[in-house]
Design a protein around this ligand. Structure first.
Ligand code: NAD
Ligand code: UFG
Length: 340
């Protein structure tokens, strides 16, 4: 299939491109580079062994720009990663998040249908469950109250896509609810490259380990969890990338609407992550306990069996590969892509 990959220069998009080509697909990337670096695409092409990945620096809110791409290419499906994703920033700048994520997606969907491309995989998030009503979380768990505008954009866009698919069954829509993506391509050539101070746990740990930051703040040790720190379902980004390849097969089978959790089904605490990172990579990660972070929940991990039975997808990598590959990337690229 020929796939339009929005946000393809980003963390998950860049890893997905590699798995797409490995499975025999081709891709065209659009990205406005607001949170990514074109060096990532250069390195993706190197790993795949092609000259370059077709790329357009286009914003998904730019209808004319999108039209031009659709006029030049015929797409079988779109994998839609493009979006802003910083939870804290979304609280400060709600309009920017609704405009970019919702406005951009509405424009993209309109251009897609105009050009007869009605197959989409959407990057959703465990955040749509809010404080989850059940653990492990199945797809039947009711969606919850999001604690920030970013989360609402995901929840609302799921609704938009479900309503469009219901009104026009020619659409095939797969909503992938990612849990906590970490890790990097085993080559260490591509990985997560956050701007400024990392919001997420794993890039913070790797930046402490490489000496860019003094110590990790552990946000709360008084949660109702085995060691008091927050528990999450971390998933290797290569496994997550592979889930998109499996989801494409569902689109080919004309699946209608499909909603899937993408996680491993295992929960690890913040201190588990720190300890495994230190043990596997033999590097120190100083940390201290800090107050809870606003909006955080105690425990979040999923039951991923629906993705296994319906998509034939299951995570292959465990926590040790996740911390090893995260560190391999950071160690080889202490300044991320900025070095090149
Ligand atoms: P990322 O920021 O690395 O990648 C997103 C890409 O989209 C970036 O390259 C950015 O430049 C681009 N982009 C943003 N707005 C755009 C616009 N208006 N037009 C064109 N390009 C635009 O993030 P990621 O971690 O790779 O996440 C990919 C998707 O998965 C996002 O939609 C994110 O919300 C979702 N998601 C991520 C996580 C996570 O923890 N990383 C968890 C759940 C869901
Ligand atoms: N944490 C720390 N210190 C840090 C960063 C995080 O202790 O410096 C803790 C958090 O309190 C939490 C855990 O590490 O207990 C994981 O935090 P992350 O910020 O890495 O991830 P979240 O689960 O909070 O959220 C992430 C994404 C969301 C997404 C969600 C579910 O940021 O966008 O996973 O997919 F919605």
């Amino acid at each position: 299939m020929n796939i339009l990959v929005t946000g393809g220069a980003g963390f998950i998009g860049s890893h997905t491109l590699i798995e797409l080509y490995a499975a025999g697909h081709t891709a065209v990337v659009i990205d406005n580079l607001s949170n990514s670096n074109p060096v990532a695409l250069k390195r993706v092409a190197e790993i795949i062994g092609i000259k370059n990945i077709p790329f357009y620096k286009v914003d998904i809110r730019d209808r004319e720009g999108l039209e031009k791409v659709f006029e030049e290419h015929q797409f079988d499906a779109c994998i839609h990663f493009a979006g802003l994703k910083a939870v804290g920033e979304s609280v400060e700048k709600p309009w920017e998040y609704y405009d970019n994520n919702i406005g951009g997606t509405l424009t993209l969907l309109d251009v897609m249908r105009k050009h007869g491309c009605k197959n989409i995989i959407f990057s959703s998030s465990a955040t749509v469950y809010g404080d989850p009503a059940e653990i492990p979380i199945t797809e039947n768990c009711p969606k919850g109250q999001c604690t920030n505008p970013y989360g609402w954009t995901k929840s609302m866009l799921e609704q938009v896509l479900m309503d469009m698919q219901k009104a026009d069954p020619e659409w095939n829509v797969v909503l992938l609810r990612y849990f906590n993506p970490v890790g990097a391509h085993p080559s260490g050539r591509i990985g997560e490259n956050p701007n400024g101070i990392p919001n997420n746990l794993m890039p913070y740990i790797t930046q402490v380990a490489v000496g860019k930051r003094k110590e990790l703040g552990v946000f709360g040790n008084d949660y109702d969890t085995p060691d008091g720190t927050g528990v999450r379902d971390y998933i290797h980004v290569v496994d997550l990338a592979d889930a998109h390849v499996c989801a494409l097969k569902a689109l080919e089978r004309k699946c209608g609407l499909g909603i899937f959790n993408v996680g491993t089904g295992h929960g690890y605490s913040v201190l588990d992550m720190v300890k495994v990172f230190i043990r596997v990579n033999r590097v120190d990660v100083p940390y201290s306990i800090k107050p809870r972070r606003a909006g955080d929940i105690a425990t979040c991990y999923c039951n991923p069996s629906k993705a296994e039975s319906e998509l034939g997808w299951k995570a292959k990598y465990g926590i040790e590969e996740m911390v090893r590959d995260s560190w391999n990337w950071q160690r080889q690229n202490p300044e991320g892509y900025n070095e090149e």
